[in-house]
Write a protein that binds this ligand. Structure first.
Ligand code: MG
Length: 133
């Protein structure tokens, strides 16, 4: 299968470096270090007709958090007629395993969430479940 495009959104240097390393042999992986960059990267990818298939999205980030990024991404997709299988698979990555945050993320249509620290096998099995591997 051709490598898919992935976007890692994470404000913590070490966390994003680890996630990028996990994905390197499976995906063309871009990095965004905050929510604003994430939405920008997502918009550019859509404009270029080469959208991300997978987004790993940290919830806790300064200014624009992952919940807001998730809403903005889904809004952009829906404005352009991307629904269902055309939508990016979004996995929330979070230290916040409280039920409210997780419920909010599912309401905004994330596919999944993983608590930190994320293990490679866990991430790969999740990506496999989402049909990307
Ligand atoms: Mg964070």
């Amino acid at each position: 299968m051709a490598p898919f495009r992935a976007l890692v959104v994470e404000d913590d240097f070490i966390s994003r470096t680890v996630l990028q390393k996990y994905l390197v042999e499976y995906a063309q992986c871009d990095i965004a270090i905050n929510g604003e960059e994430a939405v920008l990267a997502f918009r550019i990818a859509m404009d270029e007709g080469n959208p991300y298939s997978l987004i790993l999205l940290d919830i806790m980030m300064p200014k624009m958090d992952g919940q807001q990024v998730l809403k903005d991404v889904r809004k952009l997709e829906h404005e352009r007629g991307f629904y269902g299988s055309k939508e990016a698979k979004i996995i929330m990555i979070t230290a916040l395993d409280d039920p409210k945050n997780i419920m909010d993320a599912f309401k905004s249509e994330c596919e999944s969430y993983l608590p930190k620290p994320v293990k490679k096998e866990t991430l790969l099995s999740e990506i496999r479940n989402l049909g990307l591997l």
